[in-house]
Design a protein around this ligand. Structure first.
Ligand SMILES: Nc1ncnc2c1ncn2[C@@H]1O[C@H](COP(=O)(O)OP(=O)(O)OP(=O)(O)O)[C@@H](O)[C@H]1O
Ligand SMILES: [Mg+2]
Length: 297
């Protein structure tokens, strides 16, 4: 790839503190990222109130729930894009609010639901921005950075788009560029808000397989918001179902995805059967038709 690489953000070049500083750890074993007593609000609108959550390490957690129930709000708080009104998000036991932004960005990557690219930026340069948290003032672009960017672009099949401008791509192409940027950041925790939006079915499966691969091969902890309950059931190790700002069920999909849950969370009548391919729960909307009686009485 060619072109100037972005330089490290000087304004955020503060000394980095160890996340697990000398304060006592309050995090639960097996969960680096947790939240306690979390209240999240936009001015007068309280979206999430007094919520506790633990994100299991090394697992794929999928958050599901109806529109406007607070999924993105929760994810943004977990990635420190939104400051809690009350309570705290803890990373390795330390309040996220007290960890330097740059250090958080080395550990937690967040792909928001509707990210906005700088005008006129090329694909290669946008993906390269994922490396910013790792750059040092004395070395702004290294071979390691180059390798991470190349790998992220290859895994998301966007190498052919490298020199195109992001704002002239299709929705699906653009979504894969954002995913590449999040991958290039190379963080232990990855928060993805609807990563399959805009993608055709083949690219959806490609991205979800990629998430699973990152998780299995590299032990990454992933939290993704998905709307497709069947994809959620297939790809999640841990499912969190939300409604009206609250967690109404959580656990392995086999235990949580039931007709009762679909009714409770989405108000939708559905039948849950085993997926004929994987055996995972498969949600089929609608109720079975009554069996028609043949012949006379
Ligand atoms: N920036 C904002 N300012 C004010 N209210 C907001 C803002 N962002 C979200 N909200 C409100 O917070 C509530 C939760 O929104 P959120 O985006 O978290 O929902 P969601 O579960 O991610 O929904 P979707 O499935 O549609 O993405 C909604 O009522 C929404 O209108
Ligand atoms: Mg959302």
């Amino acid at each position: 790839m060619t072109g100037n690489r972005p330089t490290a953000d000087k304004t955020d070049d503060r000394p980095t503190a160890d996340v697990s500083d000398d304060r006592p750890s309050t995090s639960v074993a097996g969960a680096r990222l947790t939240a306690q007593g979390l209240t999240l609000a936009y001015e007068d609108r309280v979206v999430v109130e007094d919520l506790d959550v633990e994100i299991p390490d090394g697992k794929v957690t999928v958050i599901v729930g109806p529109n406007a129930c607070g999924k993105s709000t929760l994810l943004r708080a977990l990635g420190r894009l939104l400051k809690p009104r009350k309570g705290a998000v803890l990373l390795d036991g330390a309040d996220l609010a007290r960890i330097p932004t740059r250090r958080i960005a080395q550990v937690v990557g967040l792909l928001p639901q509707t990210p906005v690219a700088p005008e006129g930026i090329t694909v290669a340069d946008l993906v390269a921005r994922g490396r910013m948290p790792h750059q040092k003032w004395w070395q702004q672009w290294s071979e390691t950075d180059e390798a991470h960017v190349a790998e992220a672009m290859e895994r998301t099949s966007i190498i052919d788009l490298a020199e195109r401008q992001v704002d002239e791509l299709s929705g699906g192409q653009r979504q894969r560029v954002w995913i590449a940027m999040a991958l290039a950041q190379d963080t232990d925790l990855l928060l993805l808000d609807e990563p399959t939006t805009y993608l055709d079915i083949a690219h959806q499966v490609e991205v979800l397989d990629l998430i699973r691969q990152l998780n299995h091969a590299r032990g990454r902890t992933v939290v993704a918001v998905l709307h497709d309950l069947n994809q959620a059931a297939r790809y999640a190790d841990h499912l969190i179902a939300m409604r009206a700002g609250k967690i109404v069920a959580q656990g392995p999909p086999a235990d949580t995805v039931t007709a009762e849950l679909v009714k409770e969370v989405f108000g939708l009548a559905a039948v849950v059967v085993p997926d004929p391919v994987t055996g995972d729960p498969l949600v089929v909307p609608g109720l079975p038709r009554p069996v028609e009686r043949r012949g006379g009485t």
